[in-house]
Design a protein. Structure first.
Length: 268
């Protein structure tokens, strides 16, 4: 059995790399839906459909025991329905986790009282961060701004423009005196250092690459009935729904080494 990590594109490789640093021997399959990226401008129905197809591939074709949906947009659109409807009917003994709640738990634990959040338009419109934050600590204030250009720039070698555009997204939040910033998209961890430069050293950045691996490790320790079924001999597989030479080159920038991707045969 394996750990699955699913993302709408290549940004989830940042999570995958961090998870493998935290749990180095775990058998893992990564799946990026590069055919349909970015999810942020798509309908709820489309995002759910793509996510369910990906989850089904990881369970049925890759024998995953546990899947992390690394995509915030997919977590917002699909996670609850996957957990409440899909799993009980098809895979009642397996689990799917998201990234939103662990991120907000980390913000609350850091005693941040006014959190800034940049994310995709869909994630913000869904209200998932506001809803889940209210459950964790209704006293914490959340101010948000959509950052729709970051994913296309990160995935298309747009480094020369990233700083200025990121500053445009962060500056309105900084003017509202936030005392912490959540990077609410898996891709955004790629610009973590740029965000810190913009905000200065005294405002913490909450990047999911720094939060999710430790939370996942803790989850597995709390659930040995799941952890014990996942093999740990260091086997890693990487799939994309569309494979191109540019994605192989991009993986070297994002993951730290070139990856020989396989094409995922998913019927969508």
């Amino acid at each position: 059995m394996r750990l699955g990590i699913f993302d709408s594109g290549m940004g989830g490789l940042l999570i995958a790399r961090s998870v493998l640093e935290q749990i180095p021997n775990i058998n893992m399959t990564y799946l990026g839906d590069t055919l349909h990226v970015p999810y942020g401008a798509r309908s709820t129905e489309a995002i759910y459909h793509y996510t369910e197809c990906a989850i089904d591939f990881l369970f049925s074709e890759q024998d995953c025991e546990l899947i992390v949906i690394a995509c915030n947009t997919a977590s917002a659109a699909a996670l609850r329905k996957i957990q409440q409807d899909y799993l009980p009917k098809k895979y009642p003994n397996r689990r799917v986790l998201g990234v939103v709640v662990p991120t907000l738990e980390a913000a609350a634990a850091a005693q941040i009282k006014k959190i800034g959040l940049i994310a995709t338009k869909y994630t913000l419109a869904s209200g998932i961060y506001q809803d889940e934050l209210f459950k964790i600590d209704p006293r914490i204030e959340l101010v948000t701004n959509a950052a729709p250009l970051l994913v296309p720039l990160i995935e298309n070698n747009g480094e020369p423009w990233l700083y200025d555009i990121l500053q445009t997204y962060i500056e309105p939040l900084r003017r509202q005196n936030i005392d912490g910033l959540i990077l609410g998209c898996t891709h955004y961890s790629y610009v973590r250092d740029l965000a810190q430069n913009i905000l200065g050293p005294n405002i913490p950045i909450l990047a999911q690459t720094e939060i999710i691996p430790a939370k996942l490790d803790l989850y597995l320790k709390r659930h040995p009935e799941i952890a014990d079924r996942i093999s740990r001999d260091g086997n890693r597989r990487f799939f994309l729904t569309e494979v191109t030479d540019s994605y192989a080159q991009m993986s070297e920038r994002i993951y730290g080494q070139a990856i020989d991707f396989q094409k995922a045969d998913i019927k969508t």
